[in-house]
Design a protein around this ligand. Structure first.
Ligand code: ADP
Ligand code: ASP
Ligand code: MG
Length: 406
């Protein structure tokens, strides 16, 4: 039988009614002649609630216990969905992260999948079961439970589809597909019928949380087509694949927005070789990802370096750079958390002149000050004040005519 791998996000399994609706969709998929493996997220905001609970008993919870606690959200929803399937006469079994064979490294809360050994999944499919598995988790070689990072149930689903050599992976969520911008911020955003891995990856990295960036990366590596669809209706969704190189289309495909941005600036640092290394090596050693980096031209032999990190990492990053700053002779360390990134994404941006100018002009027209700018071949990103962010996204969406059909 053909194999279908599906993933259901938090809102899709957010209540008993929703779990029954998902069970019904899985049952229909099976009845139309498919084997089904479904990967599920925790119900609604369960993961946030578990995090709150952990922080209420310990300000800096033990990482191993924290992961064990967080993994229970997905364990709950997979058991509940399996019960709902069995109750409606569909043979099903749930497997824990360990039983389904997801091996990870030991980096708690941001573990990487080393390999998936899907023997048990295959056995259960051969026994005629739909197999329901929890996303977002795995086990180390020693059997300790790990979690893979926020939003990583998408990654689990794609990794399971790759391991089982499924022809594609279906991601069911609470919107009809991937839009030209977050439809909750831009009501005139349009659904994209198809998008390339490359463009999806940039949008996801820049804040379009509809797909987890590590999941997109893995799908691209194995050329696995991914379809993003709604679990609330039967409309067709968005196909993420290599894209059609020959297609004549607009250069800008989407606008992304991310408010999880904090900035640290070191000013008045004596400009000498090795300076950037002295600042960024300890941050890397502490496992802190740095995003946008801007070094201002040195004036009078004194340089200024600014960089962004996620808000959750701001205090840790400050604690790492403050001693470095005093060693290197920096005069000021300044930080701010109220920032956002807005990005325009599309293949062909780099080769076509005028996109940057249009983006900056649009932001200027809104009275928005640009704090930092960064680009890739297919993206231009501006760091701006968070308060101006949503209006800026809407203005860019209209300026690039994204509301006007493909
Ligand atoms: P799930 O729980 O199903 O994984 P998420 O909340 O992680 O769902 O992702 C879906 C949400 O992503 C949508 O509700 C939407 O608000 C948001 N989103 C952000 N950018 C986009 C975009 N470009 N297209 C569609 N949805 C987007
Ligand atoms: N439940 C996890 C989270 O909220 C994983 C996921 O939903 O993808 O981050
Ligand atoms: Mg998600």
């Amino acid at each position: 039988m053909p194999l279908v791998v599906q993933k259901y996000g938090g809102t899709s399994v957010g209540s008993p009614e929703r779990i029954r609706a998902v069970a019904d969709r899985i049952k229909r998929t099976r009845e139309s002649g498919n084997d089904v493996v479904a990967v599920v997220s925790a119900m609604g905001d369960m993961t946030d609630r578990l995090i709150e609970l952990a922080l209420s008993v310990a300000p800096d919870p033990d990482r191993r216990e924290y992961d064990l606690l967080l993994s229970t959200g997905e364990t709950q929803s997979s058991a509940l969905l399996t019960m709902a399937l069995k109750a409606c006469g569909c043979p099903a079994i749930s497997l824990s992260g360990a039983l389904m064979g997801v091996r990870t490294d030991r980096a708690h809360s941001r573990a990487r999948i080393m390999n998936i050994e899907p023997a048990r999944i295959r056995t259960e499919l051969a026994r005629g079961h739909c197999v329901i598995v929890p996303g977002f988790q795995g086990v180390t070689e020693e059997g300790d439970v790990t979690t893979l990072g926020r939003g990583a149930s998408d990654l689990t689903a794609i990794a399971v589809a790759v391991a089982l050599e499924a022809p594609k992976c279906e991601i069911y969520t609470d919107v009809d597909g991937v839009y030209t911008a977050d439809p909750r911020v831009v009501p005139r955003a349009r659904k994209l019928h198809r998008i390339s891995y490359e463009e999806m990856l940039e949008l996801a990295h820049m804040g379009a949380r509809v797909m987890n960036p590590r999941g997109v990366e893995l799908a691209e590596l194995y050329s696995l087509p991914v379809e993003v669809r709604s679990s609330f209706n039967d409309r067709s969704g968005t196909l993420i694949d290599r894209g059609d190189e020959m297609e004549e289309r607009k250069h800008v495909r989407g606008v992304a927005f991310d408010t999880n941005v904090a900035k640290i600036t070191l000013a008045g640092i004596p400009d000498r070789p090795g300076l950037a290394h002295a600042i960024f090596a300890p941050l890397a050693d502490a496992g802190i990802s740095v995003d946008v980096i801007v070094q201002a031209a040195s004036i009078g032999g004194l340089a200024e370096i600014s960089f962004t990190v996620s808000r959750a990492d701001l205090e840790r990053a400050r604690a790492v750079v403050e001693p470095v700053a005093s060693e290197t002779g920096a005069q000021v360390v300044h930080s701010t958390a109220n920032l956002a990134k807005v990005s325009i994404v599309g293949t062909g941006l780099q080769s076509a002149p005028g996109y940057a100018a249009k983006m900056f002009g649009t932001l200027a027209g809104q009275g928005v000050n640009i704090d930092m700018i960064t680009t890739s071949d297919i993206r231009i990103t501006c760091v701006i004040d968070e308060a101006a962010g949503e209006d800026a996204v809407r203005a860019l969406h209209s300026a690039f005519e994204l509301d006007q059909g493909e």
